[in-house]
Design a protein around this ligand. Structure first.
Ligand code: NDP
Ligand code: AKG
Length: 459
């Protein structure tokens, strides 16, 4: 059996087709990773740091090639693909410092002599299941911290991002068994969850819940970053031109295929009219088309199924009485392209208001005041990211305090978060420890408490 990926802008272009190992082959890859783990952990901080630095340098040295591969394999517009490559190198460099970070603390005993130590130890093999939308950065922000603290890694990328993951691992050039890519689909993913010592997943809510259940039943730690139904709140005092530019980027950048993309725009009071006018203009002016063109903002969606799902949702909303303010159809060119789209008056109960669609499509909703806007934003289990647009810092902080979203950006697109801070959502948007930053180093290690008493005869 094989897995293949195709160019979303030119579906006749087969990017890669590789053999997949099946469940047994995946379990064998985990065994090999487990055999390599002791030496990797024992190699010491300097060796692991040097290996991660080498990975960063290799990514930088092949930046143009990797960006072109992301354009071709997942349809990421060139400017964003270049940004993702730079972010990928920065992630490996950032975690190259982690092996030198303190791995615990020293405490005084509650009574008597001795020493109490806490020490973080690697679990063994980290099983990583990654999506196609950040085919270089997400594998890196899971693998680099897992490796830094002494785990070895088996990575199962989404089929659509297979070539990117394979090339990334090749360039990283880590010792045999330390970073293994297992191409494949659900069988390989499930086998990895069934064998790894710690599991990190990013993808859809439905698959994530299956991964959480399977990993938790085995008693291994599971971290899952799942879908978002992200809200942007615009107050009447906002600069509508600036807010519209930020929102258009968050709705249509990379065709809305980011878990942090904005899909609900909530305009408070008098903001509604001018904001809608500015946003329609900004979305209509968004450059949609060839992802290889450096000026393109909105490329194709990832595959034919995504195209059908998105155009079907827009059509069904229209039939149910929604108004299409801009876009609403396919971009007139071969490939899987959807126009940047804004809808108003989407009736309550329509799936666009409750499900992650992962496309360049948003709905605009009115709210009487900040209380109502926050209530609308929080009225979903998929609370990952949010943005607030206002010149009133007090209002922004009040909103940030009350929004359920795990990541809130003020006067900025909801997308584009920093890699050195905790990343994740609340409710159904996330499970387990946060990704990224220093927080994830705890996730990839188990704490040991060690009590040391003086040797010799009892005193
Ligand atoms: N939060 C985010 O960043 C992302 C969210 N998504 C959301 O998910 C939707 C579907 O995208 P998709 O890429 O198919 O993501 P999925 O979550 O459906 O799949 C992710 C990966 O998990 C594999 N898998 C399927 N079943 C299992 C299982 N039981 N155990 C372990 N692994 C399994 C899939 O294999 P196979 O492909 O063979 O099913 C795939 O490789 C998108 O439209 C979007 O809404 C997608 C990407 C990122
Ligand atoms: O918006 C970002 O910077 C990151 C988005 C992301 O991690 C995702 O879509 O999975």
């Amino acid at each position: 059996m094989t897995v293949s990926s195709y160019n979303p802008a030119d579906p006749a272009d087969l990017v890669v087709s590789v053999e997949i190992p099946g469940a047994a082959g995946t379990a064998a890859a985990v065994d090999r990773a487990r055999a390599a783990q002791r030496a990797w952990s024992a190699a010491g901080a300097a060796a692991r740091s040097a290996a991660l630095t080498h990975a960063a340098e290799a990514v930088e040295a092949h930046a143009g090639e990797l960006a072109a591969l992301a354009v071709r394999e997942v349809g990421k517009p060139l400017a964003e693909a270049r940004g993702e490559v730079a972010r990928t190198a920065a992630i490996w460099r950032y975690y190259a410092q982690a092996p030198y970070a303190p791995s615990g603390a020293v405490h005084e005993p509650a009574a008597g002599e001795g020493l109490l130590l806490t020490r973080r130890r690697p679990y063994g093999v980290a099983g990583l299941i990654t999506p196609w939308n950040f085919p270089l950065a997400i594998p890196s922000w899971k693998a680099a911290p897992a490796l830094a603290v002494g785990n070895t890694v088996v990575l199962k990328p989404a089929p659509e991002g297979t070539a990117c993951a394979l090339r990334l691992a090749e360039l990283a050039g880590l010792p045999e068994g330390v970073l293994t890519v297992v191409p494949g689909g659900a069988a390989e993913g499930a086998a990895l969850v069934g064998a790894a010592d710690v599991v990190s997943f990013t993808g859809s809510t439905a698959v994530g819940q299956a991964v959480i259940a399977a990993g938790t039943a085995r008693g291994v730690p599971v971290q899952a970053e799942l879908g978002g139904l992200n809200a942007a709140i615009v107050l009447p005092d906002a600069d509508f031109g600036r807010a519209a530019a930020d929102l258009a980027a968050a709705i249509a950048g990379y065709a809305g295929q980011k878990c942090t993309a904005t899909s609900r725009v909530i305009a408070i009071g008098d903001a509604y009219g001018p904001l809608v006018e500015a946003l329609v203009k900004a979305l209509a002016a968004t450059v949609a088309g060839d992802p290889g063109d450096p000026g393109t903002v909105c490329g194709p969606v990832v595959n034919a199924a995504a195209l059908v799902r998105l155009t079907g949702a827009i059509d069904s909303a229209r039939v149910a009485g929604a108004e299409v303010l801009t876009g609403g159809g396919r971009v007139d060119r071969p490939g899987w392209f959807v126009e940047p789209t804004l809808l108003a008056q989407v009736p309550a109960g329509h799936p666009l208001l409750s499900e992650e669609f992962f496309g360049p499509v948003a709905v605009v909703l009115p709210a009487a005041d900040l209380d109502e806007a926050v209530a609308i934003a929080n009225s979903t289990p998929h609370t990952l990211a949010a943005s607030v647009h206002t010149g009133d810092l007090d209002a922004a902080l009040a909103a940030a305090d009350r929004l359920d979203a795990g990541m809130i950006r003020v006067n900025a697109p909801s997308t584009g978060v920093d890699f050195h801070l905790p990343f994740g959502g609340t409710k159904s948007a996330g499970h387990g420890a946060r990704e990224q930053g220093q927080a994830v180093l705890d996730f990839f290690t188990a704490s040991r408490t060690v009590t040391l008493l003086p040797a010799g005869p009892a005193r």
